[in-house]
Design a protein around this ligand. Structure first.
Ligand code: FES
Length: 911
């Protein structure tokens, strides 16, 4: 037994003295508020105080902690309470998985320094990574707590009120349960053995003998999958095996599953398993996979082409050839890792007659149910998916991860099974942002009006399809940017390779395309001697304009207003840059600008959401909300919409969330659709319930409602009626389904792909050290048309977080299989990397949206990287064509040469 003093109490725990303190706190003492995101000291999610000083609990052995005073997020502490309140008020917890670590780091600071400045806060939080918030609201919260100026939340939660998130309290208390935080005590552990090779055949030896020799409960392989050994997003393309069957297509592919107790699993080395490999030449990158003699990786994909996308309007080639100004370029982007701080985790519990319940972090519970049932070979209603709290997703938890593995294992074991990916496993096995090679051309007339745009884009979809078809089809619609362009020809391909599967990541290919398009817009401005703001304003899509898909934008097209809002910012930045650069040679400032548009929801596909609301006879008002909140705030926003549409206070509404057995299908949390689509469904359900109530009371449309226990008071201009709900025969229940109106695209990409679009523009100020090739983003001003800001606090958080991820895309993030599979080697922005951000919200209401709202989350990311590249060019004259703009690439450009393509030359790793 080891004696620990935790949160002021002496605790004795049977633990391995060498076990990480984080593990002992979680598994030994049940203090799961301390999160584990990497077990390597890189992410800081496990930050606790040891004798008052912040430490990564994953780097402290349990024996080291003996005798020390350990403080975790569960501690009762007045200063911690003040921080908790400030975090809630500022919207500083989104998914919340970093929040315990942030709170501990802040507590450490405020105990040492009661009045820190902003730099001190950034420094204190520097060891804790957050992938959601962009840090600014966290820093503000810590400053508020230090100053005792915690913002009082608005009194009511109507649409438009900047209330704290409804699910925030457990996040700041450390009681929120994520995928790894809960499992039955008798659960076995599952560990997956993954391929070390990108392309190989393999044979398995005597697994039963290995199981006995290693003391395992079972070793699972493809033969243990009772149903279809395949999954994938596309309905008719289940091309990824649960366990590879003699052939692997990427490094990290699941080969075997080891079932046993945790200590036994930890002692097994991959080399202990009887797997004989025949390594095959891998196809890395689109160029290799497109060679005429390249082997075909999937039978259904000749030439390794998964899918092609296409859009044509007008006659682009001749328009380009005869235009006054022309621009052209080839642009490259890298694999980008989602880097959600919560690792993939969950557990499965088998039931009678083939039933299976899976608890896991996910963005798409209904899709998970379909996939899991197919893998198990059972009917969908035999499977129940219960989403745990989701510690960040950004598209990466749209594909199943642990779900089918756990289900197969629990079926074989006939008892509960749990698993948590390691960080290396998560990064090696999970989907990424598609790397792209984009060859684009754009032209304008002498007055700067765009005349033509052409794109040929190849997207590396990796070993399996995942969301490749979605990317290939979304990009052609968006690639010419949010501009009037009469002649467009866009062609895309998603290409299979032996790289990590690429999938959905905040923007579905649009952020990559925007890098190319916005660079060409700058080229044209320069060629014509126009201001970069001016050329965008002259061509900006607005109300009544026609998109390249032939869609008329009847409403909610606020890009002109966005640009107008930014004009003073832009002119001020240009003046500052000119003044600074006149006096400085090495450290150059630059101002950049970029615009974006983004269709909310699926591309030209049915995209429904169903919501149900009930008013029970005991007066309990419940929204059955199947939309998974992955940190973006849908639980709060949809709650605000439902309560406001019904006409009762938000405080009287409880929610049943995202359980496939309890809630109707709200669709997946992706494509910036939940506020728009599920919000509209919630509004319609609430309006239907209101209509029933008004009919019962024989009251007019403008009546007000008040609920007191089971007594519902309905008051209009003339009368007041009290309905005793307890006297009714049944609960009052209303359900509504909303499917945004779209029109399928024809062979030329003509139709109505989305019911509405988000629009935004950003201007960036960067400082470039021309001697080192380093870039610091100092300021970003954003104007974004959100239709209606249902909750401005959460909207700001989405914009900050999107900018942070856009900054990472532009300057630092590059996933290389086998080389950057940790948060030490793969860098994401920290608190110190964030610029000052100024937000101008444009509210051009969307008639289809609830209260005029439309999607926010993905649009915030899209313009950031191109605005930064535009600013780098302004500062240095170097037109960068590959992201991330790492110092060696910019330095090469500054030296006058072409920036080198591809990653830094270095040691070859594996194959
Ligand atoms: Fe920080 Fe999600 S709120 S990682």
């Amino acid at each position: 037994m080891i004696a620990l003093t935790v949160n002021g109490a002496r605790r004795e725990v049977a633990a391995d003295p060498f076990a990480p303190l984080s593990d002992t706190l979680r598994e030994g003492l049940g203090l799961t508020g301390t999160k584990e995101g990497c077990n390597a000291g890189d992410c800081g999610a496990c930050t606790v105080l040891m004798d008052g000083v912040q430490v990564c609990a994953c780097l402290v052995s349990t024996a080291q902690a003996e005798g020390a005073e350990i403080t975790t997020v569960e501690a009762a502490d007045p200063l911690l309470d003040r921080l908790r309140a400030a975090f809630l008020a500022r919207g500083a917890a989104q998914c919340g998985v970093c929040t315990p670590g942030m709170l501990m780091a802040a507590l450490d600071l405020l105990r040492r320094d009661a009045a820190p400045d902003r730099a001190a806060v950034e420094d204190a939080l520097g060891g804790v990574l957050c992938r959601c918030t962009g840090y600014l609201q966290i820093i503000d919260a810590v400053l508020d707590a230090a100053r005792g100026t915690v913002i009082a939340p608005p009194a009511d939660g109507r649409v438009g009120a900047a209330i704290p998130r409804l699910d925030g309290a457990p996040k700041v208390a450390g009681t929120e349960l994520y995928g790894a935080d809960d499992a039955p005590a008798d659960a076995l552990w599952l560990r997956v053995v993954r391929s070390p090779h990108a392309h190989a055949r393999f044979t398995l030896g005597d697994l039963d003998a290995a199981r006995r020799r290693l003391g395992l409960e079972a070793i699972l392989s493809a033969r243990d999958v009772p149903g279809l050994n395949g999954f994938g997003i596309m309905p008719n393309l289940k091309d990824q095996p649960v366990f590879a069957d003699g052939y692997v297509r990427y490094r990290g592919e699941a080969v075997l599953g080891l079932l046993g107790d945790r200590a036994t699993l930890a002692a097994v080395r991959d080399a202990d398993l009887p797997v004989a490999w025949e390594v095959l030449p891998p196809l890395h990158g689109v160029d290799a996979a497109s060679m005429p003699d390249a082997p075909r990786l999937h039978d259904h994909a000749p030439g390794n082409i998964l899918v092609r996308g296409h859009l044509r309007t007008g006659n682009a080639e001749p328009a380009f050839a005869t235009s006054a100004a022309r621009a052209e370029g080839t642009f490259r982007t890298a694999f980008v890792e989602h880097a959600y701080i919560e690792l993939e985790a969950g557990h499965a519990i088998p039931g009678a007659d083939g039933a299976m319940t899976v608890f896991a972090c996910t963005q798409a519970p209904v899709m998970d149910r379909e996939e899991t049932a197919r893998v198990l070979g059972v009917a969908e209603d035999a499977v129940r998916i219960v989403p745990t709290a989701c510690g960040g997703g950004f598209g990466g938890k749209l594909d199943v991860s642990v779900q089918p593995l756990l289900a197969v294992a629990a079926r074989v074991a006939k008892r509960p099974v749990r698993m948590t990916y390691t960080r290396t496993e998560s990064m090696a096995a999970s989907t990424k942002r598609h790397p792209a090679i984009l060859h684009a051309r754009m032209a304008a007339d002498a007055e700067g009006r765009f005349t033509a745009f052409m794109l040929d884009g190849d997207f590396n979809t990796g070993a399996y399809a995942s969301w490749g078809p979605t990317v290939a089809n979304r990009v052609p619609v968006h690639a010419s940017g949010p501009y009037r362009v009469p002649n467009v020809l866009n062609r895309t391909r998603a290409v299979y390779t032996n790289d990590t599967p690429a999938g959905a990541f905040r923007g579905f290919g649009v952020p990559q395309a925007a890098i190319a398009t916005e660079a060409l817009v700058d080229d044209l401005a320069i060629a014509l001697g126009m201001d970069r703001w001016e050329i965008r304003r002259r061509n900006a899509l607005g109300k009544g304009d026609v998109t390249p898909s032939g869609q008329v934008l009847h409403a909610s097209a606020g890009l002109p207003e966005c640009l107008d809002a930014l004009k003073p910012e832009w002119e001020a930045l240009l003046a500052r840059v000119a003044a600074h650069n006149a006096a400085h040679a090495r450290h150059r400032l630059g101002a950049g600008i970029a615009c974006m548009w983004y269709g909310c929801g699926n591309t030209a596909l049915s995209n429904p959401s169903t919501m149900r609301i009930s008013l029970a006879r005991d007066g309990t008002l419940t929204l059955f909300n199947g939309a998974v909140d992955i940190g973006q705030g849908s639980t709060t926003v949809i709650g605000q919409i439902a309560a406001d549409a019904l006409g009762l206070p938000l405080a009287s509404l409880r929610q049943v969330l995202g359980d496939t057995a309890l809630t109707p299908d709200a669709g997946k949390t992706s494509a910036s659709r939940q506020t728009f689509v599920s919000g509209r469904a919630a509004a319609e359900a609430a309006k239907a319930l209101r209509a029933r109530i008004l009919a019962l009371a024989n009251a007019g449309d403008g009546a007000t409602l008040a609920l007191d226990g089971s007594l519902l008071t309905v008051r209009d201009a003339h009368t007041r009626r009290v309905i005793d709900l307890a006297a009714l025969d049944a609960d009052l229940v209303a359900e509504a389904r909303y499917d945004p109106p779209t029109v399928p695209l024809d062979a030329d990409g003509q139709g109505v792909p989305y019911a509405t679009y988000g629009f935004a523009a950003q201007v960036a100020l960067v400082r470039v050290d021309t001697a080192l090739g380093t870039v610091k983003v100092e300021e970003i001003a954003v104007a974004q048309d959100v239709g209606r800001a249902v909750n401005p606090l959460l909207v700001a958080g989405q914009i900050h977080g999107g900018i942070a991820q856009g900054l990472g895309l532009a300057l630092m993030e590059e996933f290389i299989p086998g080389r950057t599979e940790s948060l030490h080697d793969y860098l994401i922005p920290t608190a110190g990397d964030m610029p000052a951000i100024r937000i101008h919200l444009i509210e051009d209401p969307e008639p289809e949206g609830p209260f005029g709202a439309k999607g926010v989350g993905e649009p915030a990311l899209v313009p950031t990287a191109p605005a930064i590249l535009s600013a780098i060019r302004h500062a240095t004259g170097v037109r960068m064509t590959e992201v991330p703009v790492l110092p060696h690439r910019l330095f090469a450009g500054l030296e006058g040469g072409e920036p080198p393509p591809g990653p830094l030359p270095s040691l070859a790793v594996g194959d």
